[in-house]
Design a protein around this ligand. Sequence first.
Ligand SMILES: Cc1ncc(C[n+]2csc(CCOP(=O)(O)OP(=O)(O)O)c2C)c(N)n1
Ligand SMILES: [Mg+2]
Length: 537
Amino acid sequence: MKKMMSGAHAAIEQIIAEGVTDILSIPGEHNLPLYDALLDYPQLRLITARTEQGLTYMSNGYSRASHTIAVPIVISGPGVTGSLSALADAYQDSVPMVMIVTQAPLNQIGKGAFHEIKDQPATIRSIVKWYKRVQCVEEITDAIHHAFLNAFENRPGPTAIEIPLDVLTQKGHAAIHSSPTPLCLKPDIYSIEKAAQLLINAKKPVIYAGRGTVISACGDELKDLAEWLEIPCFTTALAKGILPDTHYLNISWGGCKYGMIQTFLQQADVVLVVGSSLDDSDARRFSLRFPDKLIQIDITSENMNRDYNVMVALTGDAKTVLTQLLSVIKQHPKPNHLFTQNTIVHDKKKAIEEKKSTLAWQYMNAIQNAISEQTIIFSDPTWVNGWAVYFLERQFPNTFHCTRNFCGLGFSFPAALGARLAYPNSPIMAIIGDGGFLFSQAELATAVHYQLNIVTIIFNDQGFGAIKRRQINAFKRTVGVDLPSPDFVRLAEAYGAMALRLTSPDQLYEHLIKAWNYNRPVIIEIPLDNNDSGLNI
Ligand SMILES: Cc1ncc(C[n+]2csc(CCOP(=O)(O)OP(=O)(O)O)c2C)c(N)n1
Ligand SMILES: [Mg+2]
């Protein structure tokens, strides 16, 4: 049924119909009517952030943690440009969100309007899945509904709707659509049978699981398949926890760069890739080699046959396809695969033993001992991220988040705040470097304002440590990477947060177990000596 209402009211009613309960935003001249209309919908919680980059990363954390779609609202021009890095990040890591972008009135676009950028649609379109400018009130609800469907469909990602200022204030007839039903693709039974035969007859099969498994929530099916056929399983950094890190068949990380996957792939005769695009940060950069008998399950065929030839391509939702595959495999007798659990557990233990003397392991061990299985960790793309990925053990998916391919600094702190909005009760932690924290420190004001009580650990090596190491490796000298940082304790206190400076792993453990009980955001600064070889792993 159609109702007469303003563009702003139509937009908000459609957003509510999609099941949204929180709006993340920064106000400005071009979205004033939207802000005003929000007062008519008290069921929506409005979170005003301090920078557009921060609010878009918050939206990223919100969507990841809640398995729903966050809705950031930004103004045209500087609001749009400020959110670009975080939008691009969401695109690369397949994080859904629907951004509402405003614009000058239709008749002023292209004429040097206030806040105008040369070609706003082209700017946004180049980094999101789908984008539309609406021209009248009647188009708004259709466009928003489509944006929600599109953000979830196939490979999830950000979408955006542009609503010009005059369209927000105009009145028109709008029809509200009910919430979306996700599509579920299934591959043909012939391909499933072929994949099942390859796995059953394999001598040394390996499973390689990516973020698609987390999106599809297929942890049970993955574990069932791995255990039924006794297949060692690697989980990428974005899929950490989909098979518990401590599971006897998990060959990921375990204290070393890329874990045991390289060794296992060298011997593997069949590999099943589930929900991974096998892109730069996952496979190419590490020059991973896959055998000819490669089976790939992915929600989109775009990810198939790019760098690796796929023998059996199963296009569909990972949970659905794995269920089909399992039912076929279980009709056959159990084969006997050659990798034994003892080898995996033993090799992992040995790798960790070799690292125990490093400060890197000791700090991560202190964190590991002070957190619970439910703690949700967000890690920034810094040197320390390597420590977190290699050493922290997670038992459930969605309890470890990092940015993997776009890798914009400053992601983890606002993303963790976004997760806190979605989950008021789970313990949430951000791990970040001094450089990264300075990219998003303004959101400390948001954390204090809304009492988003997370624990943030800043590893402060007074500079861009990750880049310094790359410079040394490549050129044997360094430039522009030793950077004095502020006193983070005084900085955090000035915002009204609780702040501590701790100088040893023991101190970190001791304070961390108490930090969850403070009723304020907690910032812990850990000074590091950049020249300490114990920081290298
Ligand atoms: C927005 C952005 N700018 C630049 C970079 C390049 N970069 C990657 S790591 C890094 C240094 C990070 O420093 P810090 O956060 O202090 O962590 P550290 O490596 O010192 O542990 C830089 C500048 C980036 N990833 N993102
Ligand atoms: Mg640093």
